[in-house]
Ligand binder design. Structure first.
Ligand code: GTP
Ligand code: MG
Length: 377
């Protein structure tokens, strides 16, 4: 390959820094989500269920006199102190806690809402912030409704929803989400997550969709779009590497480092990193199928470890070196000529998304089928 002219080198360096910016822009995006609700209503359990990772302590009474921040990649959950206490009077609550800087709120109860909750709900609405009303522990309420009154699930849901709406008069929410942090794939948690994502805009939306757990097909579809959008800047960087250091097929080190990072991002989007999978295993309990565990381990060896990726890349490179992909030319422009890094990264990225998605779908299927079994998270 002939050496590049100076102006071409500049062009490529510019392109590479734009790709890097794109990656960093996403990495730096944070969604701040506040949770408000009484002790024991399941806020910590909900945080874990939303993150798909155990980041909050459950069943430990946290006398939250101060906001408690818990992070899961791009989502910062803030377990907020009770409103209307001596420490946090309701009149100054929103201002002192700087709630205007938040992106969304979950108003959580496992029983009913009280006057201070109603006050806060209205204040948050006035701020124009998405505020989701959550009645958690619906699994228990359904059980009790059946046992105590002979109500079926639909009847219990109807009664609870109506009660909550009345408690939040004069301006009741459009929807009350009836959730169970112990049965995240049942009831309304999956809708809640999809709706939070929809209430956010731009990169915040992508960030939330990437980092929320998926408990339904709808979530998986949304994740696919976000996951695929992660690929082009990585492919662009690989192409730039390939153009500036054109030793096709030999020096794959730079591409491998990029792909490891992309692999980790995609794995995380689909809940397949080891800490996320620990949470899933608790949901699945002893039923976790050995074949599923083996597949997840195999996925890790192929895409999240250097040796596995080198093998995959070499195979792709030898197969694809002569085939120019035209699909993405508008994005990479003149760089495509050096495109082994571009093509390999793209193909591998797409293969990665496909495999992560089908594994996540299989896991989801197992979670759904096991949800009737005893609670354990
Ligand atoms: N059955 C059932 N139990 C739940 C659910 N959510 C939480 N729990 C249980 O309720 C207890 C309290 O849950 P936490 O998540 O710690 O509640 P919290 O709101 O964070 O409590 P504080 O930290 O004290 O404010 C734990 O034993 C949870 O396992 C649920 O949806 N269904
Ligand atoms: Mg807690």
């Amino acid at each position: 390959m002939s050496p590049l002219a100076d102006d071409q080198t500049t062009l490529i360096r510019d392109f590479a820094s734009r790709c890097r910016e794109k990656i960093e822009e996403f990495e730096k995006t944070q969604v701040r989500c506040g949770l408000i609700g009484p002790s024991g209503s399941g806020k910590s359990s909900l945080i874990n269920a939303i993150a798909g990772e155990r980041i909050a302590q459950v069943g430990v009474v946290e006398t939250t006199n101060d906001p408690l921040e818990l992070s899961h990649r791009g989502i910062t959950f803030v377990d907020l102190p009770g409103c209307g206490t001596r420490r946090w009077p309701k009149e100054t609550y929103v201002e002192r806690l700087n709630l205007a800087s938040y992106d969304c709120f979950l108003l959580v109860t496992a029983q009913r809402f009280y006057e201070n909750d109603v006050f806060l709900f209205q204040q948050l609405r006035t701020l124009g912030k998405p505020c989701f009303v959550v009645r958690n522990m619906i699994d228990r309420a359904i059980e009790d409704g059946r046992h105590d009154h002979g109500h079926d699930e639909a009847e219990t849901r109807r009664i609870i929803e109506q009660d909550i709406r009345e408690e939040l008069l004069p301006d009741p929410p459009e929807r009350v989400y009836l959730t169970s942090a112990r049965q995240p794939s049942l009831h309304d948690l999956q809708d809640l997550l999809v709706d939070i994502g929809s209430a956010l805009a731009g990169l915040k939306q992508s960030r939330f969709v990437a980092d929320m757990a998926a408990y339904g097909q709808d979530a998986l579809q949304r994740k696919r779009k976000v996951a695929q959008e992660r690929i082009p800047p990585y492919a662009g960087l690989a192409a730039a590497n390939g153009s500036l250091n054109p030793v096709p097929g030999l020096d794959l080190a730079a591409d491998v480092s990029l792909l490891l990072k992309l692999g980790e991002e995609i794995a995380s989007i689909y809940g397949l990193t080891s800490s996320q999978f620990d949470y899933i295993k608790r949901l699945l309990g002893p039923r976790a199928l050995p074949s599923l565990l083996a597949k997840v381990a195999q996925f890790g060896t192929r895409y999240l470890a250097r040796e596995g990726l080198v093998g995959l890349l070499k195979r792709l490179a030898s197969r694809e070196v002569s085939r120019q992909s035209t699909r993405w030319i508008p994005m990479a422009g003149p760089l495509i000529a050096a495109g082994i890094g571009w093509q390999s990264t793209f193909m591998l990225g797409e293969q990665l998304v496909d495999e992560a998605e089908s594994l996540a779908a299989e896991i989801l299927n197992d979670i759904v089928h096991g949800s009737e079994l005893p609670e354990r998270v």
